[in-house]
Design a protein around this ligand. Structure first.
Ligand SMILES: [Zn+2]
Ligand SMILES: [Zn+2]
Length: 242
């Protein structure tokens, strides 16, 4: 919903175009700013306190590292944290945002990310945000890059500086979701380029994306930033998929 609308404007807009909860479809009150009804919003799950110190994967049994990170040499990506677990309510929000072109959800989601970021003092030294880039063909098809909107919205709300379109995706890679871990790494290798090395040099950068599914994409992008002279590189995503 447009921020500057008066109460009457909101009522009229709602009468013409009723808003519904992005998860359960229930009608929303016309003054409700969130895209979810109260019960679905309460169903969003913050990242549990027990999570892998490196990749942020929730660890039900506790411990410092997940199985994948245990004993692994440190890569370019210092650490990954997420605002929420990728549960059904979050999935509906991401789906509405990305595939039903609900660009208006960006502000709400970035606000939730900014609030969640405060729970991670280990990310406090990352003062610059950068989005995981989409290939231009995909960006044209969707009309926007969801990660760019989240990164700039998070920076505006979290007092960070956003490095706009600082990296580019030079290859339109097939989706990572159907690939094995090894194939994901090969699939994404060489897919990114840092467009402007001078603005990343020596800076601690927080990569921003909607969902962290595989670390391969974030690790590859972090390695390009490090090669371009960035200080430390970490990632913060809206959601973490187990
Ligand atoms: Zn609902
Ligand atoms: Zn891990």
């Amino acid at each position: 919903m447009k921020p500057g609308l008066t109460r009457a404007g909101k009522w009229l807009l709602n009468a013409l175009l009723p808003r519904t909860c992005a998860h359960c479809g229930l009608d929303l009150h016309y003054l409700e700013p969130a895209p979810l009804c109260a019960s679905c919003a309460a169903g969003l799950e913050p990242l549990p306190e027990l999570h892998c110190a490196h990749c942020g994967l929730p660890l039900a049994g506790g411990g410092r590292s997940c199985r994948d990170c245990r004993g692994k040499a440190a890569g370019a990506l210092a650490l990954v944290r997420s605002a929420f677990v990728f549960n059904p309510q979050l999935r509906s929000l991401v789906h509405a945002f990305k595939y039903r072109a609900r660009e208006d959800l960006a502000g709400y989601l970035a606000g939730r990310m900014a609030a969640a970021l405060e729970a991670f003092p280990e990310l406090a030294r990352y003062n610059f945000t950068a989005a995981v880039p989409l290939h231009p063909a995909k960006s044209r098809e969707r009309g926007f890059n969801q990660a760019e909107l989240l990164a700039s919205g998070l920076a505006a709300r979290g007092n960070l500086f956003h490095l706009k379109n600082v990296a580019v995706r030079t290859r339109n890679t097939p989706s990572q979701t159907a690939l094995s871990k090894e194939k994901r790494k090969a699939n994404i290798s060489g897919a990114f380029r840092v467009a402007d090395r001078t603005i990343v040099k020596g800076r601690n950068i927080l990569l921003v994306d909607d969902v962290a599914t595989t670390m391969a994409t974030l690790e590859e992008l972090a390695s390009e930033f490090r090669k371009a002279g960035a200080g430390s590189v970490a990632a913060f995503t809206l959601a973490r998929e187990p």
